[in-house]
Ligand binder design. Structure first.
Ligand SMILES: [Zn+2]
Length: 426
């Protein structure tokens, strides 16, 4: 009996311990959210098959289910607007002398490329000298349809008028840019006048004669997109807001067969915001300041969602006491970087002290201002804002392999606890 009661006592202590630290036990939830956000249904959260739109519905439903409040100017948790975007909804194929290349890995379509229906083109390999004498080259190419093959490594050495200008003078039907480094995809809000492909240099055969290309492309001048916004009311300072933000969009689809899941970028930050919503929605964790959760759209298209928010805020920006933006939060074996850490040293020191006392992350580093995620336009509008991203070897940035199973999740728990402590300590 005594032994039993001792056991019972121990169990109570354990339960108490775990309830205090329950915010560190949520990794299965986070992984499930990342799996969901990276599934084909959401198409890489882009602008083909309404991928980003579907994701926004899923996330707003989560805001609602969690009991977040809405603002009058973001009814149903949405702040909608329109942006231009170039997309690749259908067929994408590219072959050299009849040999088909693998889209997404062997080559990428330049995000601003024009479309082209299936065409076979003779190859003109432009070396450095070709551009030195490009006016002469125009003569014998005039009237011909051809693909101009250029070397990305040589581009910087081309002198005189810009390369784009020279290429325009040459009127190629297709440009193939050869890269020795990693191919990194993105999203474009503009469209070129010609078809443009980036491919791996080591796959280009020196004796290539023809290429065959087929790119289905669609440009939207005004594509509808939405930020997602909701909040938990603070117990002491309901009129003053802490913002926790992340972008939920990614690169979307490059044709029917290829999409960019964006597990680390930024299903991970999105899932961490969802995790924080779960935490701060519990009555026992009610914050002193109101906490506003924002999931931005269009980050990959150039910080479009957060820029729009700062231009059309749904309440005055000076009511934001502090903003923390999260991006790339699932691979932190080497710790965490704090962008704007040297702009706001007092806040950085606070973070550092929490981390030293609690041993949450291996290391916290700081850097200055950078327009590399959604904190940027807020700090440009004099809002105190930091951007956190985890540090660790992760070679799949903006490629098709940034998918579930790749992130290590090292540092996830530590970063989550650090953010919660930091926000509670405001
Ligand atoms: Zn990102």
């Amino acid at each position: 009996m005594k032994k039993e009661s001792k056991k019972y006592y121990l169990l109570v202590i354990c339960l108490f311990f775990f309830s205090n630290f329950s915010y560190s036990q949520n990794l299965p939830f986070v992984k499930k959210q990342i799996d969901t956000l990276c599934s084909p249904y959401f198409g890489g959260r882009g602008y083909v098959d309404s991928g980003a739109y579907r994701a926004s519905n899923y996330l707003a439903a989560y805001f609602k289910k969690s009991g977040l409040k809405t603002f009058p100017l973001a009814e149903d948790y949405f702040q909608g607007f329109k942006m231009p975007v170039n997309t690749f909804p259908g067929k994408i194929s590219f072959s050299i002398d009849g040999k088909l290349l693998k889209s997404g890995t062997d080559y990428l379509v330049d995000p601003s490329s024009a479309g082209i229906s299936q065409t076979t083109l003779q190859v003109v390999r432009a070396d450095k000298n070709f551009f030195e004498n490009y006016r002469n080259e125009i003569d014998h190419l005039r009237g011909e349809k051809y693909a101009l093959i250029i070397d990305a490594d040589e581009i910087e050495s081309y002198k005189g008028p810009t390369l784009a200008h020279k290429i325009n003078m040459l009127h190629p039907t297709l440009v193939v840019e050869l890269h020795s480094g990693k191919l990194i995809w993105s999203v474009s809000r503009t469209k070129l006048k010609k078809a443009y492909i980036w491919m791996k240099k080591d796959l280009w055969p020196a004796d290539a004669k023809t290429v065959t290309v087929d790119l289905d492309e669609k440009f939207y001048k005004r594509y509808p997109v939405r930020n997602i916004i909701g909040y938990v009311e603070g117990s002491k300072h309901p009129d003053s807001f802490l913002f926790l933000t992340a972008h939920y969009d990614h690169l979307g689809r490059m044709g029917k067969d290829v999409y960019f899941p964006g597990a680390n970028d930024n299903a991970s930050g999105t899932a961490m915001v969802m995790d924080a919503i779960q935490y701060f929605s519990k009555p026992e964790n009610k914050p002193e300041y109101s906490i506003c959760f924002v999931l931005f759209t269009g980050e990959e298209a150039g910080l479009v969602g957060s820029k729009h928010y700062t231009e059309k805020p749904i309440f005055p920006l000076d009511k934001i006491k502090f903003l923390v933006n999260l991006d790339l939060m699932s691979n932190g074996q080497d710790g965490m970087m704090v962008v704007n850490g040297s702009v706001f040293p007092e806040y950085f020191d606070k973070l550092k002290k929490i981390n030293t006392d609690q041993h949450y992350l291996k290391e916290i580093k700081k850097r200055g201002k950078a327009a590399n995620s959604d904190h940027y336009y807020f700090s440009e509008h004099n809002v105190n804002a930091l951007f956190f991203y985890l540090l660790g070897e992760y070679p799949w940035y903006h490629d098709v392999n940034d998918k579930p199973g790749k992130p290590s999740f090292a540092g996830y728990d530590g970063a989550f606890k650090l953010i919660v402590d930091f926000m509670k300590g405001m």
